[in-house]
Design a protein around this ligand. Structure first.
Ligand code: CP
Ligand code: NVA
Length: 307
């Protein structure tokens, strides 16, 4: 049994296997109805708990559909409605849930909640986003890039905006998949130094560039995300927007990257803020392939977890 907690804590060979499996399974079920079962059913007879302490559309629906395609069943739980949200310890919750279900996916605030769940659960635990990282998203993004452009190794990825949880998982992925990453954003919103330093220690090329136009030169992929993550305080909104406006992805900025550069956004997007409609709906955008690939990547992750 394996937990899927983060990209940098998962073996690089396993990550590669997950991406390749996702691609093969996606191709094998091409054209089938969404509810059709896969040819192989690694979750047959299994029950998966999907716990949400924050809102979600993609993670919720893609995990739910994915489990069913793999032959399993789901229960979607709101953290606020569980005793977990009313003082029961994470350790006790993990031990109790492990008596009922075969796998747990959790979206939560503090990373410590995820780690404690994994420590005490006797079934696989999957990170469905914390304040610090969002590994399932980046697995879908790697799958998407490689479907469109081939191997991501050696490519240049530019992150524009807030050095948030999704950016952190991109930094982790740069090390594991061998691509270069440039962070373009204000110094106040840099990704956590520990992530950057750990990646650089492993020889990963992580650049920080305050000028967005310089940052995107030679880019194969430009990525943006909301300027206000779910855990950010609304009181910081104006200040953050003012700092982040120079990093909005528009057609002019896309035009400074390589001519075949892709644009990605994990969604939900705030059109007109971090990215313009012209880019979101433009020919370089692969945002809906990314959203679809959450399903395929996570199915491969779940298969690996129970393998
Ligand atoms: N990208 C992503 O995780 O979307 P949701 O918040 O809708 O799950
Ligand atoms: N950075 C965003 C990602 C949402 C999927 C957030 O944490 O709200």
């Amino acid at each position: 049994m394996n937990h899927f907690l983060d990209i940098h804590t998962t073996d690089a060979a396993d990550l590669r296997k997950i991406i390749d499996t996702a691609r093969a399974t996606k191709e094998a079920r091409s054209g089938k109805p969404k509810a059709a079962l896969d040819a192989e059913l690694p979750l047959d007879g299994k029950m998966v708990a999907l716990i949400f302490e924050k809102p979600s559309t993609r993670t919720r629906v893609s995990f739910d559909v994915g489990v069913r395609q793999m032959g399993g069943q789901t229960m979607v739980l709101s953290g606020a409605d569980m005793q977990l949200g009313h003082g029961e310890s994470i350790a006790d919750t993990a031990r109790v849930l492990s008596r009922y279900v075969d796998m747990i996916m959790i979206r939560t605030f503090e990373e410590s909640t995820l780690l404690e769940m994994a420590e005490y659960a006797t079934v696989p635990v999957i990170n469905g986003l914390t304040n610090r990282t969002h590994p399932c998203q980046i697995m879908a993004d790697i799958l998407t890039f490689e479907e469109h452009r081939g191997p991501i190794a050696g490519k240049k990825v530019v992150w524009c905006g807030d050095g948030n949880n999704v950016a952190a998982s991109f930094i982790h992925a740069a090390g594991q998949f061998g691509f270069d990453l440039t962070f373009a954003g204000p110094s106040q919103l840099d990704p956590e130094a520990v992530f950057i330093n750990e990646a650089r220690k492993k020889g990963v090329k992580i650049d920080i560039e305050r000028n967005a136009e310089k940052a995107v030169a030679g880019a194969d992929l430009i990525v943006a995300d909301t300027w206000m993550s779910m855990h950010d305080s609304q009181s910081a909104r104006e200040r953050r927007h003012a700092m982040l406006r120079p990093y909005r992805v528009d057609r002019k900025l896309m035009g400074l990257a390589n001519s075949d550069a892709l644009f990605m956004h994990c969604l939900p997007a705030h059109r007109g803020e971090e990215v313009t409609n012209a880019v979101m709906d433009g020919p370089q955008s692969v945002i809906f392939d990314e959203a679809e690939n959450r399903l395929h990547a996570q199915k491969a992750i779940m298969g690996w977890c129970v393998s």
